[in-house]
Design a protein around this ligand. Structure first.
Ligand code: SAM
Length: 145
């Protein structure tokens, strides 16, 4: 039976924090649960074997596997509406009147449900107010979403 050692846990946390800014120090069970299948699938005998192979893997396949396993891509339409209300009541009325394009970056957008919610909200706002054209980019470190 393969179990994650303290050292292996620390190594996963360090790689995720230093390279991607993701703090998993309180997520030991999550790391073990999500990575074990990847370790076994490759016929490896320890988590460290995966980490060592990942460092040498020029294709970056193992790196993306780890990122995809260890990110949580929780997202849904109309999630946490208070944020959209804040944009509607505090941000949009104070936009520079001369702005000819509103450019929005949605960082860490998962599969984009919040992007679409925001666009729908903006288009609804446009029915009653003047808004410049909108350009939106959503991005995510997880290449599966
Ligand atoms: C919990 S989801 C939230 C998605 C949702 N759009 C929201 O804002 O509520 C967090 C997302 O951020 C992504 N993420 C985490 N670190 C990232 C980074 N350094 N660069 C880009 N995306 C990142 C994850 O892959 C995950 O899909």
């Amino acid at each position: 039976m393969i179990q994650m050692t303290d050292k292996e846990f620390e190594n996963f946390c360090r790689v995720m924090q230093e390279n991607y800014g993701i703090d998993l120090k309180k997520k030991r069970v999550l790391i073990e649960y999500r990575m074990i299948a990847e370790v076994k699938k490759r016929g490896m005998h320890s988590f460290q074997e995966f980490l060592d192979a990942m460092v040498k893997d020029e294709s970056k396949e193992l790196q993306y596997t780890m990122i995809n396993q260890l990110t949580t891509n929780y997202t849904y339409f109309c999630r946490e509406m208070a944020h959209y209300h804040y944009i509607e009541t505090d941000v949009l009325p104070n936009l520079d009147k001369d702005l000819n394009e509103l450019r929005i970056l949605v960082a860490g957008c998962s599969s984009g449900q919040e992007c679409y919610t925001l666009l729908m909200m903006l288009e609804e706002y446009r029915l009653l107010h003047v808004l410049p054209s909108i350009a939106m980019v959503g991005c995510d470190i997880n290449n599966a979403v």
